[in-house]
Design a protein around this ligand. Sequence first.
Ligand code: PEP
Length: 250
Amino acid sequence: MRRKVVAGNWKMNKRLDEAVALAEALLTVEVPAGTDVILGVPHVFLDRVVKLTEASSIMVAAQNCHAADGGAYTGEVSVPMLTSVGIDAVILGHSERRAQFGEDESLLADKVNAVLAGGLTPIFCCGEPLSVREAEGQNAFVEAQISGSLFGLTDEQMAKIIVAYEPIWAIGTGVTASPEQAQDMHHAIRTMIRARFGDQIADNLSILYGGSVKPANAGELFSQPDVDGGLVGGASLKAQDFSDIIAASA
Ligand code: PEP
């Protein structure tokens, strides 16, 4: 049985006192059975948020990492550093990192491997820009992202991945994919995973939708058969909104 996952992506927001207050407010949230909650926290706050949440079911993710275990990479953070802090997952391939930091399929394949080797869960993001959607090329675009970074994995590795489909035109724009658009793409993703890795891995894969998820639309999105929760940006910064989205995963 695959899990529902509600993951927050705090991006480059919050100062330490605000990050602590948000994590503390979420400690009282009732998490539905069958749902995992993951907070995607800026590196500088990870240690603090892990300690705050360790007695709860809330898991903590980094928003990026370097593929190398260590060395002369000024300003970067490695997987062994992240595991030493006690986090659970790493968001990889967010469209902001692809667009602003030039992350491509091959680099992301290396990062996925590094995260898996460290025993952490990669939350692998994919999704098309508006121009591709308008030209109806979204399935081929997403398939290239997934095959380029994930198809070299073994079955055992792929079983540990979470995929987040985040159409770029819906991220931070207030425009949400319709439940039908989300379902169509999630079904297409599960079908490509099935063709490469087989039924068991495809059926157990959690595929999250991301792009302007809010309390008002989360329930309908999450009730689609292939939508297994969400990766939430803006609405994860407010404890009440994020709690309501978690509740919508029941
Ligand atoms: C995101 O940052 O991954 C995201 C989906 O943002 P938002 O929910 O604000 O659109």
